[in-house]
Every structure is written in structure tokens, then in C-alpha cells.
Design a protein around this ligand. Structure first.
Ligand SMILES: NC(=O)c1ccc[n+]([C@@H]2O[C@H](COP(=O)([O-])OP(=O)(O)OC[C@H]3O[C@@H](n4cnc5c(N)ncnc54)[C@H](OP(=O)(O)O)[C@@H]3O)[C@@H](O)[C@H]2O)c1
Length: 317
């Protein structure tokens, strides 16, 4: 244990960070060990990680001094911000800047920054194909992460920029599961036309990140994109139909309609899906399934993930 290199993991009790923490802790031959960041060391998820062998470190990522303490003595860090906790791109920008500065000051050897596209590079603010949100963004939770890449580059932090993908868990926790339409048919509703969406099991993001840390020299300074599958809405619905044994249709709506759904963040997600639809090639070419499998040989297909999580997916709720 003493000679193992420490990886500090933000969001260790969550989806991405949890996947990475478990990947390292479940590998008895790992050269790494985990310092799991959490705001609450006595939560069930923190205790589970502790049981697996993680060192638990209480930190709020908005506290720069404590964050720096948490990074002291570490080899590397996995950094992710949590847009859906606060819906503030400005907060994400500030947090990423704090992370980059703390990584520089503590001399980390390898950081993975969980990022997404700054969509304004493809749809500038004056392009009215989609509305500008919060005055400065097209897809706030993407743009702030993409814009934040600069903090790591400018600070000279040895960083891998990890482009993640749409989680299949959104069908469980994000209200995107199949619902009955007016015709009584179960369907998943997405505004992506007939275009492919890059998607994956969130646990696989962490497993891929582990593959990146294991080959630091190869990936420092690079942007890499991961996904488990690239599927159209119709293909996802068809796989769901197979697994549930009942028909689930793809209910295509326009991004305009999706933006009006009224739940918090519907406009951001409507723009996100429109970006995926209108720039399918950009999104799909930067995320590669074979590469993701190379990083993580256990990479799941949508079908295998569905079979495993079928009971958790709410039908018509
Ligand atoms: N949903 C998708 O399809 C998707 C796809 C790609 C990227 N993303 C991005 O993923 C990010 C979220 O990552 P995730 O899904 O892994 O998160 P998650 O599962 O929601 O978990 C986040 C964890 O982070 C911790 N946390 C939250 N605020 C914190 C703070 N201020 N300081 C320290 N820890 C804090 C919480 O831990 P404690 O409660 O233990 O402190 C929580 O368990 C979002 O920014 C989102 O845009 C989502």
C-alpha cells in the first residue's frame, strides 16, 4: 500500500468517480490507490469505498485550500464538476480553475479532466439555429467544461482531456425512461432525428479513466473520447423492446419541443441533443468504441447494460 501511487478522485461517491475508484480498488495488482473525495465521510457510499480500501478525504471542491490539501502527496487526480447540482456554468468554470491551480501547486503528474465540447466552437452565440442560454452559452453544461480545458493547459498541468458520453443511467435516474404516449404505447422521447448518439454505462467512464492512468505517458496532453455505443433513438428503442419483451417505440420530437418540456434544464438538454443531432459526425468521430474497449476491456454494450439494469428502469413513470 505504502508504495502505491495515489489517485485523488472527485465525485468518488458518484457515477464517474465511483467507477474509477472501484476499478482501482478492485484490482489487487494495481499500482494505484484511491483518495476518495466526498463532502460526507459517513455517507453509505463513502463507507463502501472505505471498505474497499479507499482513503476518504472530506473536501468541498469549492474550497481551494482544502482541495490543495487533498491533492498533497498524490500522483494524479480525476476531476469532474457537478453541473446538475447547481445549474451554474460559472460555478463549473470557477471549480475547474481551482482544480487546475491546485494540481499545478501540488505538482500532480497526471490529471484527467472530465470534459465535453464547447459547442460554441460549432454554433457561435449569434447562430440562431438554437437559442442562447444564460446570455453566454448554447449548451451550458457542455460549454463550461470545454471552456475550462484552458485552465489546465494554461497552468501547464499534465492533463488528459476526457470527452465522456451520454449515460444510459439517464433512463433510470434522469426521467428519460420509457413512458406511455397518447396512443398507449411505451416510448423513449428524444430530439435526435435519425442520428446516432454516443452513449455508455457511467461505470465504464471510470474504468476507461483507469486505463488512461495506467498508460499516463501515452495520454498526457491528449484529448480522448469514449463511448460504449453509437445508436439512433430507434436502435435504442428496439434494444429496449428486445430486453423488456414488449414494444418500446422511439418518440421523435423536435429540439424546440424538448426545450419546452418545462423540467429544470430542459432548454440545456434540448440544445445538447440538437448539437448531437446537427453535429453527429463531430460527436461520433471524437469518441471511439474500439479505443474505449482498449482502455477498458469490460466495456458494456447497451444490450448487456439493459439486461443488467432492467429492473431499475422505470416503465411509464
Ligand atoms: N448524465 C449524463 O449523461 C452525463 C454525461 C456526461 C457527463 N455528465 C456530467 O457528469 C457530471 C457529474 O458527474 P457524475 O454523474 O459522476 O456525478 P454524480 O453521480 O451526480 O455524483 C457526484 C458526486 O460528487 C460529489 N459532489 C457534488 N458536489 C460536490 C462538491 N461541491 N464538492 C465535493 N464533492 C461534490 C457528491 O459527493 P458527496 O455527496 O459524497 O460529497 C456526489 O456523490 C455533470 O457535470 C454532468 O454534466 C453527465
Amino acid at each position: 500500500m505504502a508504495d502505491k501511487k495515489i489517485i485523488a478522485v472527485t465525485g468518488a461517491t458518484g457515477a464517474q468517480g465511483g467507477g474509477l475508484a472501484r476499478a482501482i480498488l478492485n484490482d489487487p495488482n494495481s499500482e494505484f490507490t484511491v483518495r476518495a473525495f466526498t463532502r460526507n465521510r459517513s455517507s453509505e457510499k463513502a463507507l463502501e469505498l472505505e471498505k474497499l480500501g479507499a482513503e476518504i478525504f472530506e473536501v468541498n471542491i469549492d474550497d481551494p485550500e482544502n482541495l490543495k490539501k487533498g491533492l498533497d502527496g498524490c500522483y494524479g487526480a480525476y476531476f469532474v464538476t457537478f453541473f446538475w447540482e447547481h445549474f451554474s456554468p460559472e460555478k463549473e468554470l470557477k471549480e475547474a480553475e481551482t482544480m487546475a491551480n491546485a494540481a499545478k501547486k501540488t505538482g500532480l503528474k497526471h490529471v484527467i479532466w472530465s470534459t465535453l465540447e464547447d459547442t460554441r466552437n460549432w454554433i457561435p452565440l449569434n447562430d440562431d439555429r438554437m437559442p442562447t442560454l444564460m446570455d453566454k452559452y448554447k449548451v451550458p453544461h457542455f460549454d463550461a467544461k470545454g471552456e475550462s480545458n484552458k485552465f489546465f493547459t494554461e497552468a501547464g498541468v499534465p492533463t488528459t482531456f476526457l470527452l465522456t458520453s451520454f449515460y444510459w443511467e439517464n433512463f433510470i435516474y434522469f426521467g428519460m425512461g420509457p413512458k406511455k404516449g397518447k396512443d398507449g404505447k411505451l416510448g423513449i422521447t428524444l430530439p435526435i432525428g435519425n442520428k446516432k448518439l454516443c452513449s455508455m454505462a457511467s461505470e465504464d467512464i471510470g474504468k476507461c479513466a483507469y486505463g488512461i492512468f495506467k498508460n499516463s505517458n501515452e495520454y498526457i496532453g491528449k484529448t480522448v473520447g469514449i463511448c460504449g455505443e453509437q445508436l439512433t433513438g430507434a436502435e435504442m428503442a428496439s434494444e429496449m423492446s428486445d430486453v423488456f419483451g414488449e414494444e418500446i417505440i422511439y418518440n421523435e420530437v423536435t429540439p424546440e419541443a424538448y426545450r419546452q418540456f418545462g423540467f429544470p434544464g430542459a432548454d440545456d438538454l434540448g440544445n445538447m441533443f440538437q448539437f448531437n443531432r446537427d453535429f453527429e459526425q463531430v460527436c461520433c468521430e471524437s469518441r471511439n468504441i474500439d479505443f474505449s474497449k482498449k482502455l477498458n476491456p469490460e466495456l458494456k454494450s447497451f444490450k448487456s447494460w439493459l439486461v443488467e439494469h432492467k429492473k431499475q428502469i422505470p416503465l411509464d413513470q
